[in-house]
Design a protein around this ligand. Structure first.
Ligand SMILES: [Zn+2]
Length: 195
């Protein structure tokens, strides 16, 4: 059935969705009531139409400032730098970290030698250059790219920030924060080292 294959093909574009899973989702859509399917479609449209980038940390947000940046209970003197919003979410889930974030929106590849402009380093410098930030925790992934990015970030901000730390991974290089369990992430943050 052509329309069924089309839905499967579209679902397979979602991250982590394989052919079996796409088929199961498609069967769900076939069997679901009209209101359930409409709710799904509306929620997809709603998030697409209403989500913007937080003007401060570049997390996904419904307003100009995301719920983290606009929370007065968070410690504005500490910024945790992450590669993407999924890593931010993974760290948030631990409930351990109470500072703010900065989403780089990418990483520097040691092989391709991407220009500095490809990560939001300039924007981070803007946030720290007045000297009000006491610590920046670099939480890029424990990969060659993550390490290269960490060095770039460190070099870009070191003259403005008294303490720059790198989260400590108890695992070999090659992991992804997004896939780590909450305890591992918490330990990585707790064991961060000044660089
Ligand atoms: Zn924000």
């Amino acid at each position: 059935m052509k329309i069924f294959s089309r839905l499967i093909a579209n679902l397979r574009k979602l991250p982590g969705v394989g052919p079996k899973q796409a088929e199961r989702f498609s069967l769900y859509v076939l069997k679901a009531s009209g209101s359930e399917v409409n709710e799904l479609i509306e929620s997809i449209n709603e998030i697409r139409d209403n989500t913007v980038s937080c003007r401060k940390c570049f997390n996904y947000s419904l307003k100009e400032l995301c719920h983290i940046c606009s929370d007065s209970q968070r410690n504005g003197a500490v910024i945790c730098v992450v590669e993407n919003a999924q890593d931010l979410e993974a760290i948030e889930k631990t409930g351990f970290y109470k500072g703010l974030y900065h989403v780089l929106g990418g990483y520097i590849s040691p092989v391709e030698g991407v220009e500095r402009g490809h990560i939001r380093l300039k924007e981070l410098v803007e946030r720290v250059k007045d000297g009000s930030v006491e610590e920046v925790i670099i939480a890029t992934n424990p990969s060659a790219e993550g390490e290269t990015t960490a060095i770039y970030v460190h070099n870009g901000i070191k003259e403005f920030v008294p303490k720059i730390s790198r989260i400590a991974f108890g695992i070999p290089l090659g992991g992804d924060i997004n896939y780590m369990d909450e305890l591992t992430i918490t330990h990585s943050l707790e064991g961060r080292r000044k660089i």
